[in-house]
Design a protein around this ligand. Structure first.
Ligand code: PFF
Length: 454
């Protein structure tokens, strides 16, 4: 399957929806959401995150899908083309550039965490019997601190992703998402029920759903904003590229609502499965990126059939991570093959390997690994990449997408692409013109103000 993005198409509405949900649902929901919610103090963070998902993320998601479908190229090609058609500056293609480059940076650390998940599939085969908070934490830290294995597992994760992207979105992706995404959903639900019965569920409900706004700082608000974008796969060109494979008969607003609902449901389910164990076993809710790897194994070690459930959970999480990673690599692949007219397979291979090499630095920056002492502005290498993409590039990218469709593309053209009733279109238009830019801008301005003045 060579050439530009527009040459591929989804085989049905359902597979598009699954693929988009596959892109959205991933480590962001199951690994990142719980630990960021934990660090952000719980309820208030969750509420702000959900507000950002629906008031800012959802309108931008609709914008990206419609830009993608209209442009039918890589994100850079699409932005250039639409800006030109609308008589606007070519500089708008910077949105596409930032997406392609940002996606590349994200995959370089995403694959490291994806590799940890693969390693945990293997660990799960021998079970987690007797795991308590201390053993679980030690096992995780020992793994991420090893100089060899995290790189091996990261490589395995990237290799799987490359293999699927090489075959093109239809060949590889559609099959993976048709059965496995619903299976993940069902398993997570099962885990929530297990945790509700066996864990500290009442405490979890209070923690996650009764907001204590005194715990909210500007930084946590920015984290929530970044996470809303990250978990919906926004502003990195992924959704725009998937939009390019869309046919006209798909109702973008409806699809976008379904994607956002599924995405936030999975994040909340992950929280509801994980925190009852955190509280029951006295783990630290703010313990950081190891949360999912240190909590659930304790439960798997205790439940009947825990080996099967554990293997299945990490396997399905790996699938969810791969279906997201594919969408991270795809924009760069579609751009390079579009520009150079180069063979898609080769481009995928080279870009994937380059992301792997860049990713080794992230792998070695974790735990007590060989680069863990390297700090930039207080953060390790992976933290820096995470902050740069999640908290800067994605929200700013989203702001410019909103500004572009709200103020620089003709209303009539947007109306046509989105095919909504005038009354609902008006709500969307208000959100992209005023709410998204103001909300994102306000977060940034306040942070800048605090840094300079405070
Ligand atoms: N949405 C994915 C997740 O939540 O794991 C990650 C992701 C994929 C982010 C694609 C951004 C992106 F463009």
């Amino acid at each position: 399957m060579a050439g530009a993005a527009g040459q591929q198409q989804w085989s049905s509405r359902w597979t598009f929806l699954l693929a988009a949900v596959g892109s959205a649902v991933g480590l962001g929901n199951i690994w990142k959401f719980p630990f960021e919610a934990g660090q952000g103090g719980g309820g208030a963070f969750v509420l702000v995150y959900l507000a950002f998902v629906f008031a800012v993320g959802l309108p931008v998601l609709m914008a990206e899908l419609s830009l993608g479908r209209r442009g039918k190229m890589s994100p850079i090609g699409t932005m250039e083309k639409i800006a030109k058609e609308e008589g606007r500056s070519k500089a708008w293609s910077i949105i596409g550039w930032s997406g392609v480059v940002g996606g590349f940076i994200v995959i370089s650390f995403y694959a490291v965490v994806g590799g940890w998940v693969l390693a945990y599939i293997v660990k799960a085969f021998s079970g987690f019997a007797g795991f308590d908070a201390a053993i679980s934490t030690d096992t995780f830290v020992a793994y991420i601190s090893d100089p060899v294995w995290p790189v091996v597992s990261q490589f395995a994760f990237i290799a799987i992703t490359i293999g699927i992207v090489m075959r093109g979105v239809k060949g590889g992706l559609e099959k993976a998402v048709t059965y496995l995404m619903p299976a993940l959903f069902a398993l997570l639900l099962g885990l929530v029920i297990y945790s509700a019965i066996n864990g500290a569920f009442a405490e979890t409900l209070t923690f996650l759903f009764s907001p204590d706004f005194s715990k909210l700082t500007l930084d946590t608000v920015l984290n929530a904003l970044g996470l809303a974008f990250f978990s919906l796969s926004l502003a990195l060109g992924s959704i725009m590229t998937y939009g390019a494979y869309l046919t006209k008969d798909i109702n973008i607003p409806r699809a976008a609502i379904a994607i956002s609902l599924a995405d936030s449901a999975v994040a909340l389910m992950a929280g509801l499965a994980i925190f009852p164990i955190v509280f029951k076993y006295g783990l630290d809710p703010a313990g950081g990126g190891g949360l999912v790897f240190t909590t659930l194994p304790i439960a798997f070690g205790q439940m009947t059939g825990g080996i099967i459930v554990g293997v299945l959970f990490f396997f399905l999480l790996a699938v969810a991570a791969v279906t997201s990673a594919i969408s991270l690599l795809e924009p760069a692949v579609s751009y390079v093959s579009e520009r150079l007219g180069a063979d898609r397979k080769k481009v995928t291979l080279y870009l994937g390997l380059a992301a792997f090499l860049l990713g080794t630095l992230s792998a070695w920056s974790q735990g007590g690994n060989i680069l863990s002492d390297v700090k930039i502005l207080g953060a390790d290498i992976m933290g820096v990449k995470d902050y740069l993409t999640n908290n800067i590039m994605m929200p700013l990218g989203g702001m410019f997408i909103a500004l572009f469709v709200g103020w620089f593309v003709s209303r009539k053209n947007m109306m046509e692409e989105l095919a909504m009733e005038e009354s609902t279109f008006r709500i969307w238009y208000f959100l992209v013109r005023f709410v998204c830019p103001t909300a994102i801008g306000a977060v940034f301005v306040s942070i800048l103000y605090n840094t300079i003045v405070g």
